[in-house]
Design a protein around this ligand. Sequence first.
Ligand SMILES: Nc1nc2c(ncn2[C@@H]2O[C@H](COP(=O)(O)OP(=O)(O)O)[C@@H](O)[C@H]2O)c(=O)[nH]1
Ligand SMILES: [Mg+2]
Length: 394
Amino acid sequence: MAIARPFRALMVAAVVLWCFFIYQILKPTPSLHGPGDRYLNFERDPNLDPTGEPEGTLVRASDRYAPDAVDTDRINATLLALVRNEEVDDMVSSMIDLERTWNNKFNYPWTFFNDKPFTEEFKKKTSAATNAKCNYELIPAEHWDTPSWIDQAIFDESAAILEKKGVQYAKMMSYHQMCRWNSGLFYKHPALEHTRYYWRVEPKVHFFCDVDYDVFRYMYDNNKTYGFTINLYDDPKTLPSLWPETVKFLAENPNALHENSAMKWVTDDIKRPEHNKKAQGYSTCHFWSNFEVADMEFWRSKTYEDYFNHLDRAGGFFYERWGDAPVHSIALGLFEDSSKIHWFRDIGYQHIPFFNCPNSPKCKGCVTGRLTDGEAWLHREDCRPNWFKYAGMG
Ligand SMILES: Nc1nc2c(ncn2[C@@H]2O[C@H](COP(=O)(O)OP(=O)(O)O)[C@@H](O)[C@H]2O)c(=O)[nH]1
Ligand SMILES: [Mg+2]
């Protein structure tokens, strides 16, 4: 029996449509080379995407995290703060936030450091803000004092020039000492001899999101070296010779460079070429180190020790104003496997004037995806897209 021509045409059209439909379902999804590809031009802040807990092994709160638990799930780790006596109230406010969102479940000890003895008032107020143990440590003079090879007259002259150029804290010797201590000395304090991981906490910071897993165990169990929340450009006027000194170090220690390093992130000259130029080859992109969760084994490695000593001898902690953030970041970017550096996108955090504010029902008190509540130009300081582009979002 012959089938009418219009009906045949209809059948062919139906078959074609059906094939097209099947193809749409089964076709391979376009391959992404890494999460960074989606954010090449950073059209969209990834914090706007719903954020959950990180992948990997997570350990939850239990009786084994009670403050006095003998058989505990806690590992050798501490919350760590360098702080002045007069900052006690701001320190307590940071503690209240972190205890509420995280540490009241895990009770990791707090270790406070100061170049002057802590007052009774400081000890009383801070220990009242936690159920966990508090340790109060004095920094030995040989870790804090300006090293013998730094010349006061050259410091004064350099600081005057830096100040004229608008470098903040240029003349404040203690600020330079603080940056040097945070770069290469804190982990040598005898009180940390048996401690491997730390979470750095500054006075007057805020934490917005409930975190329901042991962050230190996350680092250990998932083989992470360093965790950050915010990634920024630095002021190149503070570090004109940091990269040239690093290049010298690399020339003398060619094996120091990790095969999976984030060298491209460290030296990027595409997104902010004028910064790279002024910093003589360094993008100035850095992990904002007022928040850091890290494994001190990295700082204690021979490579980092040699690098820090090289920089220390070069004098830039005093004659320029090298911060611990760019020093840590360059070292991590060059000497570590970039897959061991983790963006804690789920930890809501603020140090004035910047935020990390995830899109999660666990967060309260910050606006999702808002980097700053300061001047509009501060948005330009965001350098996360480059980290995502070169290293991904792990
Ligand atoms: N004990 C002590 N802590 C300091 C000193 N200078 C800075 N700090 C601490 O170092 C951290 C960074 O200092 P801060 O003034 O917040 O610098 P900023 O965040 O770069 O503006 C904070 O935790 C301060 O409490 C100092 O001279 N002595
Ligand atoms: Mg600060």
